[in-house]
Design a protein around this ligand. Structure first.
Ligand SMILES: Nc1ncnc2c1ncn2[C@@H]1O[C@H](COP(=O)(O)OP(=O)(O)OP(=O)(O)O)[C@@H](O)[C@H]1O
Ligand SMILES: [Mg+2]
Length: 140
């Protein structure tokens, strides 16, 4: 099996008080290392549900998926920015490192370099409500 990711017959149903919603149905897909894959579809067709399952945020109802690596590095930018409004965007960006106790000077410099790379260095000390939607997504 040379696939970076193998997805077999994944389905996801949500149970609400009123009904059961079939969000995704029987997705099978193989992704090779280096592939760039776009998931395209109309609003509500299940794209976010699918990606949340692959990122481990939600559990599939049936089917399975397997990454080639035991602990793959996954970067997942959620649809909404999910930034904490009471923190500056720089503090938001550092939060993950702080929680993991990896908040070193070297990593802070890396975060600053990323702000520069994404043309956000002028906004580092602002709060999320002072940024545009696209800027917040880049911070996310
Ligand atoms: N937590 C939930 N509880 C119940 N139903 C949900 C939940 N999340 C999503 N759904 C339903 O599952 C279906 C797929 O939703 P999903 O958010 O995955 O779609 P999407 O393709 O990302 O849409 P969009 O393009 O609008 O972001 C929709 O019918 C939605 O109403
Ligand atoms: Mg979505």
């Amino acid at each position: 099996m040379n696939n970076w990711l193998t997805i077999s017959h994944i389905s996801k149903n949500y149970m609400t008080e009123k009904e059961e919603i079939e969000a995704i149905k029987d997705i099978t897909l193989e992704i090779k290392k280096g592939d760039i894959v776009s998931i395209v579809g109309s609003s509500g067709c299940g794209k976010s549900s699918f990606l949340s399952i692959l990122a481990g945020i939600q559990k599939e109802t049936s089917g399975s998926f397997q990454f080639q690596k035991k602990e793959p590095v996954i970067g997942y930018m959620l649809q909404s920015d999910c930034l904490f409004p009471w923190l500056t965007v720089y503090e938001n960006a550092l939060l993950g490192l702080k929680i993991r106790k990896q908040d070193t000077e070297e990593k802070r410099q890396y975060v600053k370099d990323l702000f520069q790379k994404y043309h956000l260095e002028e906004f580092m000390n602002k709060h999320p409500n002072e940024l545009s939607g696209g800027m917040k997504q880049r911070v996310g």
